[in-house]
Ligand binder design. Structure first.
Ligand SMILES: Cc1ncc(COP(=O)(O)O)c(C=O)c1O
Length: 353
């Protein structure tokens, strides 16, 4: 008999990450990475790592990072849990909360990793389409979910829900509410104050986007001590390596550099949106470092494929409601220029065919 995995693992598709091109001239605007390098303080911190630090296991809870984050965010360090990217923290929380009898709920469309993690836990999912103008859908207030995830601002729509609305959701749900703020560095507001009001709320932050550390893999969660302690029980003891802990603390401590980069990306985002609308795309306002651009004619898939031929990589989701759209990361100005030039030529060409 050939060996088999658990039934749900045999059946599942797994998450599809964004394509990683290898061409030297590739314009990679498909996974919402930051076009700018991390703070110079990150490189200093890495250069200053001594051999003792690498010989030993790293601090279990990331104490130096937690002290820095506690100062920056004005919260108790005991409320902070560090992980190898936001994705690992999503996995840990899902393992804490969900199983066959304990569902996961979230509005759709949203981050396509959520159902994959639920599937690993064999947890049922309650998927509810966003309400009007991407408000929180009423049904989400009344589920029996053990865990509700609100991606805010949401991916891939780029939309943001007000803190008042999220507060009402936190009051209404009986289980844990995770607010996935992976993209909040580019938004007008965040929901961090809610972790002081509710012990069932956990905020997720990623350092892959605003802090340019996607390659280091670091994220952190902030919530009540009760949630943090559950996550400590479930996570690997030494989950985040020493170099990553040092790099993340250095990046977070350099708020001046961070603000400068964020402002550049927000300025570029607005230029990209205006130009895409001029070309004929329907582009809603974005509160993230990407835009979701809709095109009916020619088909989005055709445009996506033609862009690849020119080594320009954006994200296309073959899914109902998204298959007429391209998700485009806000890059550096030269990348935007190359994208816009290519789009004009491609669209004109396809419309003439
Ligand atoms: C909505 C959302 N949440 C969380 C993450 C996790 O990011 P990371 O694991 O790089 O911190 C991502 C990454 O793309 C994301 O899009």
């Amino acid at each position: 008999m050939p060996f088999r995995f658990r039934d749900n693992v045999e059946k599942m598709q797994g998450y599809t990450p964004g394509f990683q091109p290898t061409e030297a001239d590739a314009i990679k605007i498909n996974t919402n990475e930051n076009p700018y390098p991390p703070s110079p303080k990150v490189f200093e911190a890495l250069a200053n790592l001594d051999s003792e630090a690498l010989r030993r296991y790293p601090p279990v809870r990331g104490d130096a990072f937690r002290r820095t984050a506690a100062k920056v965010h004005g919260i108790d360090p005991e409320m902070i849990v560090c992980g190898n990217g936001g994705d690992e923290l999503l996995t840990i929380l899902m393992r804490c909360c969900c199983d066959e009898k304990r569902p996961l709920a979230y509005p759709i469309p949203s981050y396509s990793l959520y159902p994959v993690l639920a599937e690993i836990q064999k947890a049922p999912t309650i998927e509810i389409p966003w309400g009007e103008n991407y408000s929180i859908p009423k049904e989400l207030y009344q589920t029996d979910a053990a865990l509700t995830i609100l991606c805010n601002p949401n991916a891939p729509t780029g939309t943001l829900v007000s803190m008042d609305e999220v507060r009402q959701l936190a009051q209404a749900v009986e289980g844990v509410l995770m607010i996935d703020e992976a993209y909040v560095d580019f938004s007008d507001h965040n929901c961090l104050p809610l972790v002081k009001e509710f012990d069932n709320v956990l905020i997720l932050r990623s350092m892959s986007k605003g802090y340019s550390l996607a390659g280091m893999r670091f994220g952190y969660a902030m919530g009540s001590r009760r949630i943090a302690e559950a996550m400590f029980k479930v996570k690997d003891s030494y989950n985040v390596n020493m170099a990553t802990q040092a790099a993340a603390a250095a990046a977070l401590s350099d708020q001046v550099y961070f603000r400068r980069i964020i402002n550049k990306i927000i300025t570029e985002r607005e230029r990209l949106i205006t130009a895409l609308r001029e070309i004929g795309f329907v582009v809603p306002p974005s509160q993230t470092n990407f835009v979701l651009a809709q095109i009916k004619e020619p088909a989005a898939r055709q445009v996506y494929e033609k862009l690849i031929q020119r080594h320009i990589y954006v994200r296309y989701f073959e899914k109902e409601g998204l298959d007429d759209k391209l998700r485009i990361t806000v890059g550096a100005p030269l990348q935007t220029d190359a994208l816009l030039g290519a789009l004009r030529e491609i669209i004109n060409g396809l419309l003439q065919d």
